[in-house]
Design a protein around this ligand. Sequence first.
Ligand code: BGC
Length: 346
Amino acid sequence: MFKSRQKNTTWLQKWFILGLILLNSAMLISCENKATIDAFQMNKKLGKAVNILGYDGAFWKNLESGRFQKKHFKIIKEGGFETVRVNLHPYSFMDSSYILKDSWLKNLDWIVENALAADLNVILDLHEYNAMADDPVGKKELFLSVWRQLAPRYKSAPENVLFELLNEPNRLLTIDLWNQYLLEALVTVRETNPNRFVIIGPGNWNGYESLPTLKLPENDNRIIATFHFYHPMEFTHQGAPWSSQTKDITGIKWEGALADQKFIEDKFIEVSNWSKNNKRPLFLGEFGAYDKGDIDSRVHYTSFVARTAEKYGFSWAYWQFDSDFIVYDIENDQWNEPIHKALIGN
Ligand code: BGC
């Protein structure tokens, strides 16, 4: 009796151990699954993106009073976009110990959940570039604290939630300083998110010409490199009040003359060579032409940049959904048709 009970227990134990082994391998497989798509495949998946929520101050205070609403995720998806790049300005929502307000984090959860539910990929883009450029040393702790909090919060999010460490590092946040900061932020992210895809661009405003200055850890292949493209500035930023060198310029056209196309394509070839030589996929995180240019020129330009990016295998994000450069007219609840068509086609 005793013996046979012992035998039963042994069998039970064996089944238990077998169960554990199976569970363990299932978990291992699912962990591996997380890393089965590489950065190039992820970048392809990002495809066509749009920048959202950058200037929607009201939203961040109370999501019900924002211009951006839940329905816009579906509109964006049905409008042919695959990804949203969410422009985050969290610094004014942190207390003196650099802790992010719960209400701000809950709004961010709302964005991530609803974007994923609409089958969109999500890029969390830290857009505090002005604060960082004014006082990089004084703001360093804020910068790292954001990632210390966002990384663990989204560590179990699906792999199509990506982190972009900082938009357009510039001025006092020099190229060298940025190369140090990005590494520290990446180490912070990797503590909780070993497989998360992270987007990183070079100093000097994420300019295409600065990509060769970008220092990325060679053994980390879960990185997508990014650059921004607004050339020629006299065309894309004519009449833009924040752009000191072009704010008083008007009447510049972009009609797709061969020389104008070549000017852009040559730069994209340069960037594409960088991508091949450095084995990093490229995401064109911002481009567009400000509303003051004539609409035909803006359409030609926007369409040419998007198609050329696609030709060289870059994913892209248009600047921006609403506020300025708009592709969607929130007040009238309709696409800005010419720009939308230029980006997505019919
Ligand atoms: C900035 C915007 C600006 C845009 C084009 C973005 O990175 O956040 O303020 O309008 O670039 O200049």
